[in-house]
Design a protein around this ligand. Structure first.
Ligand code: ADP
Length: 448
């Protein structure tokens, strides 16, 4: 049984996990870097442990320091949140070896899905259609050219160990491939410490639709339906919603069925997400699996009425999932906007600094997950997510209308934010009509 949970993370997600812990009567332990000494997540926990200087490799990515903090604070479980060590199988294994419960899947599942070519092989073997491309690391530019010729241009080179939209290189014609291959391997090495890349066909204006899954390791594996996450910049999500608008029921069923089959095939335990690209014809292709709680999980919670973090903690301590598939329904519509300290007018350049003023509305159908308050300093060292705005409604139109109003009434001063951009997205015909694809932002669809 878990009594005390250390959250190896910061910002809004640390606070989100603490809230679930309090609901279950569990003690909470925060960790913090020097840059986060005065952060809300630190004050909010029952105990807070300093783990090092501001650079993440010295604190939030430092496995030894985090395990030491767990020992000293006598925590018996670690929740990794998202980002940082959440998809590091060595960390999950180190937790186990230290006698701690890792709130997440097995190290094996993390390792298998973290290798994107292995994930593609496993999913293909489970009968799921993956994005056309290589199922193995591509050895050199010559081999890349052969694979690209087979699948047809444009193609995209991706890091086998990739994540966060980093290091993807699109190639439109054969002449560009060898230079692009060199760039992609260099970037992969720099970002992930592993130079391996693979190739996929670059799909034209697909939608990104993902399925939330959950397994308890005791025979139950369910899905909690889909999330539409096509509004992205730099291949990273900015707006997510559920249910996915204008998606045929047969396609949704196909996606959900594939996701559950995929999760079962790897014996998946705890919360996870299978991501897919869906083309205009409604054909879908497995993209990758995230073996953790996702940033956009609140959308699913608002729609289904279920608490994913509470379920994560329960399953981590060996309980059965109390959910039956036929009882998990999309009862409402919900949408989430990510507010980053970034300047949309400058290509979403990070805008660290001090939040001088912060006013966020509250009320019926509004949920806010924030890592900051007035006076907070946004460090340069981490992902600059400030807070997430989530609205729900009985219909999509109601949720969208609420979000537009929330964005109008949200005030942040001191740092640039994505709010002006999000207001334009919410006002656009494309969003209003639910006709979105992943290349809209880069194509300037929401430029002011
Ligand atoms: P990461 O793990 O870095 O997040 P993903 O494989 O999940 O990378 O892809 C992130 C996003 O990049 C997708 O949602 C999509 O917008 C774009 N993308 C990735 N692969 C392709 C592809 N083959 N064709 C078109 N877009 C792609």
């Amino acid at each position: 049984m878990i009594r005390s949970v250390l959250v190896a993370n910061r910002g809004e997600i640390a606070r989100r996990v603490f809230r679930a812990c309090r609901q279950l009567g569990l003690k909470t332990v925060a960790v913090f870097s020097e840059a986060d000494r005065d952060s809300p997540h630190v004050r909010e926990a029952d105990q807070a442990m300093a783990i090092g200087s501001a650079p993440a490799h010295d604190s939030y990515l430092n496995i030894d320091r985090i395990l030491e903090a767990a020992r000293t604070s006598r925590a018996d479980a670690i929740h990794p949140g998202y980002g940082f060590l959440s998809e590091n199988w060595r960390f999950a294994e180190a937790c186990r070896r230290a006698g701690l419960i890792f709130v997440g899947p097995s190290p094996d599942a993390i390792r298998q899905m973290g290798d994107k070519t292995e994930a593609r092989r496993l999913m293909a073997a489970a009968g799921i259609v993956v994005v056309p491309g290589s199922h193995e690391t591509v050895a050199d530019a010559g081999e890349a050219e052969r694979v690209a010729r087979e699948i047809g241009y444009p193609v995209i080179l991706k890091a086998v160990a990739g994540g966060g939209g980093i290091g993807m290189t699109r190639v439109d014609k054969p002449q560009d491939l060898s230079t692009a291959f060199a760039t992609a391997t260099r970037r992969a090495q720099a970002a992930f410490g592993r130079r391996d890349v693979y190739i996929e066909r670059y799909l034209d204006r697909p939608r990104h639709v993902e399925i939330q899954v959950f397994g308890d390791g005791k025979g139950t594996t369910v899905h909690l339906h889909e999330r539409e996450c096509s509004i992205q910049r730099r291949h990273q999500k900015l707006v997510e919603e559920a249910p996915a608008p204008n998606l045929a029921p047969a396609v949704k069923d196909g996606l959900a069925g594939a996701a559950v089959a995929g999760a079962r095939a790897v014996g998946y335990v705890n919360a996870g997400t299978l991501e897919f690209l869906v083309d205009a014809a409604g054909d879908f292709y497995f993209l990758e699996m995230n073996t953790r709680l996702q940033v956009e999980h609140p959308v699913t919670e608002e729609v289904t009425g279920l608490d994913l973090v509470v379920a994560q903690l329960r399953v981590a301590q060996g309980e059965r999932l109390p959910w039956r598939q036929e009882e998990i329904a999309q009862r409402r519509a919900a949408i989430e906007c990510r507010v980053y300290a970034e300047d949309p007018a400058k290509g979403f350049l990070p805008s660290p600094g001090k939040v001088e003023r912060l006013e966020l509305p509250s009320g019926e159908g509004i949920r806010i997950e924030s890592g900051v308050e007035a006076g907070s300093v946004v460090p340069v060292h981490y992902d600059p997510l400030l807070f997430k705005l989530i609205t729900h409604g009985t219909s999509r139109a109601e949720a969208v209308e609420r979000m537009a109003a929330v964005l109008e009434r949200s005030v942040v001063e001191g740092v640039r934010t994505t709010i002006p951009f999000l207001r334009r997205v919410l006002a656009s015909d494309a969003l209003r009509q639910g006709r979105v694809h992943t290349q809209m932002v880069e194509q300037g669809a929401f430029d002011g």
